[in-house]
Design a protein around this ligand. Structure first.
Ligand code: NAI
Length: 334
């Protein structure tokens, strides 16, 4: 009897040792709310911290009634509130910023979102420099370099802990292929490399179960511009929020699984990467193996066919400009 309860207590304290505070910045938004809901349902999250310039405490009060074990706290939109929200976080997700309206590219969001992400990055650099930072705010190809520059300026940059979330491109590719081929999306793992906008999104169908699709211009375009379908259908009310929340929650879960010691967790994401540095491109999304420290190993792009080589060339050209734009923004507007 004594032994059993003793063992139980030990098991409990062993699992309780992995305390994982997860913070959402922009938690009351279209993505922020369903993302926070999914994180509240994730048993790996022990403390959920919600911050927004408006509505954080309300979303937190609502979610806090869900009967899962984690605590939920909403923070006031003040510098102190922001600092407390991120302090001690294992993972910080940033979906704060304006979404697209019909006819806009992600780059059109730059002027508004660059300063939002810069300011949030400053707070994370000061109060949670060791957190894994998952940037959702667009244009990801530029906002991720912005976070790097801010972290560098604060002397806390660690390339292993900064991620641009491109999971939605992978999720879409898998779903679109399954629709075309009449298969189960869970069996369709499509590697998507490059960046997160238009032609910088490069699905590598030659490496999938359906190499024939690598010359199918229609499905390639659908993966690259899938976000536009949602923007158009929402007709001015924003861009993908629910599918993005699912993708963001999956990415956060993968990061936490790796933090907990699970091996072989791989998620394509936009990270500082050696793959195209010789061409002046510091960030690139390819398959990334995750570890307790964040990025553990960056996989090469692997074998691609002639068509994909052309797609990659176009992607690299745009990526270079998008990355430089982010770096220049922080240089001019520190
Ligand atoms: P939304 O407008 O519904 O929500 C944004 C939230 O951010 C709002 O609640 C707003 O109050 C908050 N916010 C604004 N400035 C803030 C600040 N300084 N600090 C804290 N919170 C702040 O927008 P939605 O639909 O949630 O999209 C958010 C971002 O995510 C957009 O930039 C969008 O383009 C991007 N996105 C990224 C995707 C990806 O695959 N990485 C996919 C879809 C959207």
């Amino acid at each position: 009897m004594f032994m059993a309860s003793h063992i139980q207590r030990r098991a409990f304290s062993a699992s309780a040792r992995q305390l994982s505070k997860v913070t959402v910045l922009g938690a009351a938004g279209g993505i922020g709310q369903p993302l926070s809901l999914l994180l509240k349902l994730n048993p790996k999250v022990t403390d959920l911290a919600l911050y927004d310039i408006r509505g954080g405490p309300g979303v937190a009060a609502d979610l806090s009634h869900i009967n899962t074990k984690s605590t939920v706290k909403g923070y006031e939109p003040t510098p102190e509130g922001l600092s407390a929200a991120v302090k001690g976080a294992e993972v910080v997700l940033i979906p704060a910023g304006v979404p697209r309206k019909p006819g806009m590219t992600r780059d059109d969001l730059f002027n508004t979102n660059a300063s939002i992400v810069r300011d949030l990055a400053k707070a994370v650099a000061k109060s949670a420099p060791e957190a894994k930072v998952l940037v959702i705010a667009n244009p990801v190809n530029s906002t991720v370099p912005i976070v790097r520059e801010v972290f560098k300026a604060h002397g806390v940059y660690n390339p292993k802990t900064l991620f641009g979330v491109t999971t939605l491109d992978v999720v879409r590719a898998s779903r679109f292929v399954s629709e075309t081929k009449g298969t189960d999306p869970k069996d369709e793992e499509i590697t998507v490399v490059g960046g997160h906008s238009g032609v910088t999104i490069v699905p590598l169908f030659s490496q999938s179960n359906h190499p024939d699709l690598s010359s199918d211009a229609e499905i390639i375009k659908r993966v690259q511009f899938g976000g536009d379908e949602v923007v158009k259908a929402k007709d001015g009310a924003g861009s993908a929020t629910l599918s993005m929340a699912q993708a963001g929650a999956r990415m956060a879960d993968s990061v936490l699984r790796a933090v907990g010691g699970e091996k072989g967790v791989v998620e394509p994401s936009f990270v500082e990467s050696p793959l195209y540095k010789d061409q002046g491109i510091d960030f690139f999304s390819s398959k990334v193996e995750l570890g307790p420290e964040g990025v553990s190993q960056i996989h090469p792009v692997g074998q691609v066919d002639a068509n994909e080589t052309t797609l990659l060339e176009a992607a690299l050209k745009d990526l270079k400009k998008n990355i430089e734009k982010g770096v220049e923004f922080v240089a001019k507007n520190p």
